[in-house]
Design a protein around this ligand. Structure first.
Ligand code: SAH
Length: 389
């Protein structure tokens, strides 16, 4: 079965039409019930539609040939299966691709496809527009939070990447997009309900079909939510550690003031099913003269003891106005050597997509939070100027 995709389409939803693209099966079922279908029929239709959208990548109800024509017509009147608008799409010299997706006016989020990561390639998705955490080395932290992304919007990021890579249906061999990492903008554990629902949809074997073990959720350390993440999603866990003592971590990752390193590690140890085949990934950004001494490498070994884990050393990616420099290459290698000798895999992550500001911590959309009071002021000003003409 082939489905022709018209990639030139834009966000051309007709007013009043609800978009089904990226919705979970329970959400689709609700929409079918609202159409007047009995629960059983609604469930069946929801599953059929899910297969068309998320397995075949359909963008049109006309393709859904196992649904009666009159029902298809009825569906097309109320709903559409388009993608949100791609406000920007850049391809790096190294094959990395970055999308800026416009969900609504002023609400934009980024996703990055990185070849040769995971089994074949990984999509780094955002869970929020902006971020509230203010980690000092991260560009996204300089952007005010606009809002959480919905489960549907998170899944749409995967669909947009699949479109660009021409990877429909899900059953094609040699997929290039095999892994999902929640390492884009935002703190996934501050938006766990939507992240969990999105993971259900992404891992659905009759839909997008990217297995839970190929999905990694990264957190700056929202300790109380860590075991819950594992129980609800079965995903792999990554922790943005970056420092081995509370004084420095308080500075780099201010969330540490709320959940210190000890509290964080207690939560990590409670992550379900940890073992050789399910290891935690620790991320450690290498900041010159800040966190890169060999003594810190040894402290890291002590912290990780007894936790099935590996560590990703991330060379710091600079961004306009960033207050840090990346550690020297020899320093990073010596740091990695200490970890390797202690028996921990510690790959140094090659920076990807730096030329298009798509590397870790460089994501930042132009979305800004407009305060309600500011909005009111603008409205009053607009009303005023109308009154004067
Ligand atoms: N809020 C979650 C998800 C974001 S993941 C978390 O903190 O884990 C983004 C990853 O990139 C994190 O490990 C983050 O610490 C790292 N990062 C942020 N800015 C960076 C930069 N400038 N250079 C390299 N890595 C960076």
């Amino acid at each position: 079965m082939t489905v022709t995709l018209d990639l030139s389409r834009r966000n051309n939803a007709l007013p009043g039409k609800k978009r089904l693209t990226g919705l979970s099966v329970p959400a689709l079922k609700k929409e079918m019930e609202a159409l007047g279908l009995e629960p059983k029929a609604a469930n069946m239709r929801a599953r059929q539609i899910r297969r068309w959208i998320h397995h075949f990548g359909a963008t049109d109800f006309a393709a859904m040939t196992d649904i009666a024509k009159d029902l298809r017509a009825q569906l097309a009147e109320r709903f559409e299966v388009e993608r949100p608008e791609t406000a920007d799409h850049q391809v790096s010299r190294d094959g990395t691709q970055k999308w800026l997706t416009r969900y609504a006016p002023g609400i934009e989020g980024e996703s990055v496809y990185i070849p040769d990561v995971g089994k074949a390639g990984a999509l780094c998705v955002s869970s929020q527009v902006g971020c509230t955490l203010n980690c000092t080395f991260c560009h996204t932290g300089t952007q005010a939070l606009v809002r959480n992304l919905t489960a549907q919007e998170i899944v749409q990021q995967v669909i947009i990447a699949r479109d660009a890579l021409s990877e429909w249906p899900s059953s094609i061999e040699e997929r290039r997009l095999t892994n999902i990492v929640f390492m884009g903008m935002g703190e996934p554990l501050y938006n766990l309900d939507n992240v969990a629902e999105a993971i259900d949809t992404i891992s659905d074997g009759d839909g997008i079909s990217i297995g839970r073990r190929r999905i990694t959720v990264s957190t700056a350390g929202v300790a109380p939510k860590i075991p819950e993440l594992g129980a609800r999603t079965g995903a792999m866990l990554a922790i943005s550690l970056h420092a081995t003592n509370d004084d420095l971590r308080n500075e780099l990752v201010p969330l540490n003031r709320k959940y210190d390193i000890q509290t964080l590690f207690e939560a990590i140890r409670a992550y379900p099913d940890l073992g050789n085949s399910k290891r935690v990934t620790f991320e450690y950004v290498m900041l010159k003269g800040v966190n890169d001494t060999l003594a810190e490498a040894r402290d890291l070994v002590k912290l990780m003891k007894g936790v099935p884990s590996k560590i990703n050393l991330i060379p710091f990616n600079p961004w306009p106005g960033s207050p840090y420099e990346c550690s020297d290459w020899e320093t990073i290698e010596a740091f990695a050597e200490v970890l390797n000798r202690a028996g921990f895999a510690s790959p140094i992550r090659t920076p990807r997509g730096r030329d298009i500001l798509a590397a870790c911590g460089q994501l930042r959309s132009e979305s800004v939070k407009v305060r309600a009071s500011e909005l009111r002021k603008q409205q009053l000003a607009a009303e005023d100027s109308k009154g004067q003409t």
